[in-house]
Write a protein that binds this ligand. Structure first.
Ligand code: ADP
Ligand code: ZN
Length: 329
């Protein structure tokens, strides 16, 4: 069982004892993205080799996206691949990272640049563990949940906004709505991913809000949570879609209202200059040439550019205008 130092005492140690996993077989990493390295992959792999684990072993990953990605990659490569059971303990990991089979580590050149597709043998998501999450970490998940609703349908969006009050704080972890939120989002993500496992096209629609979101994350020197950056990114990209005539007028206000309902800010908490964000859109993996690629929507539930793989280039001048307008508040 692999976990991090925050989750170990809260959830992993009790689970290990229930499952009869010996203390020595609970491997703990330091919390945070900084642990997603080849060095940690080697340390965990060596720890398993030292304990004599064979091809008939399995890895149980208990934690957020960092643990899931790293432990998943350990499982993907250990003796050419052993099963992994993902036990996500953040909302973000339950509805996003644990579905889709992506595993990997970061390198000096960027995040997730070394990895493998390795589908979990099972994903066990128990919403009651969300009760111990810090507030900002729950918000990370809510931002992706909003993205899922926006790319799917007005029904999904209506459900999410209508139940916002029952899912916005960790204190609501055991509400019926929190359970349904996880189920609805896993259904959306699994639906997209199962139709497009290797990112040929459809899966790109999951990048909505992320070209700008990733640029803001980099502009804020990774001092702002991913979900907070994606929340701002969805609004800016909705404005880009309106400005280019891709989205119907009124789409951006719909996104703004949903962000408000979920307690997600539309303006970055850390001030980031529009010009810096604009320049960083080109650092994105998706960028080609001098125009970055965007997964835009015509409206709620209507992803644009189906014939070009749900991804379209947008002129820098439009991006600069949208950023200048939105980041000013
Ligand atoms: P994410 O799932 O958002 O990609 P991480 O794996 O980095 O990200 O987890 C975010 C933080 O939340 C980490 O500090 C992790 O230790 C902590 N964490 C994960 N699950 C829980 C939980 N159920 N209760 C409290 N803290 C948790
Ligand atoms: Zn994301």
């Amino acid at each position: 069982m692999i976990t991090d130092a925050n989750v170990a005492p809260l959830h992993a140690a009790p689970l290990a004892s229930t499952l009869g996993v010996p203390d020595g077989d609970l491997l703990v990493i330091a919390p945070g993205e900084a642990s997603k390295t080849r060095a940690e992959w080697a340390r965990l792999t060596d720890a398993m080799l030292d304990r004599g684990f064979g091809r008939d072993s399995a890895v149980v990953a208990v934690g957020g996206g960092v643990v899931g990605d790293l432990a998943g990659f350990v499982a993907a490569t250990y003796m050419r691949g052993v099963p992994v059971i993902q036990v996500p303990t953040t909302l973000l990991a339950m509805i996003d990272a644990a579905v889709g089979g992506k595993t990997g580590v970061d390198t000096h050149a960027g995040k997730n640049l070394v990895g493998a597709f390795h589908h979990p043998a099972a994903v066990v998501a128990d919403p009651s563990v969300l009760g111990t999450l810090p507030e900002w970490e729950l918000r990370n998940g809510l931002a992706e949940a909003l993205k899922h609703a926006l790319i799917t349908s007005r029904d999904e969006l209506g459900w999410l906004v209508g139940h916002a009050g029952e899912v916005v704080t960790p204190a609501k972890a055991t509400s019926a709505a929190m359970g349904e939120l996880v189920v609805r989002n896993v259904r959306v993500k699994a639906g997209v991913v199962s139709r497009d496992e290797r990112e040929g096209g459809l899966r790109k629609m999951l990048n909505f809000g992320h070209t700008i979101g990733h640029a803001i994350e980099a502009a804020a020197a990774y001092g702002m949570p991913h979900g907070a950056c994606v929340a701002v990114g969805m609004y800016v990209e909705a404005r880009i879609a309106e400005m280019t005539g891709v989205a119907r007028a009124g789409f951006a206000p719909t996104v703004a209202a949903a962000l408000d309902a979920l307690g997600l800010a539309r303006v970055p908490a850390v001030p980031v200059p529009a010009a810096v964000v604009a320049a960083l859109t080109h650092g994105d993996k998706k960028a080609r040439g001098s125009r970055a690629e965007y997964a835009l929507l015509h409206d709620v539930g209507e992803p644009a550019a189906a014939d070009s793989g749900y991804s379209m280039p947008v002129d820098d001048s439009v991006v600069a205008r949208a950023l200048a307008e939105c980041l000013a508040g």
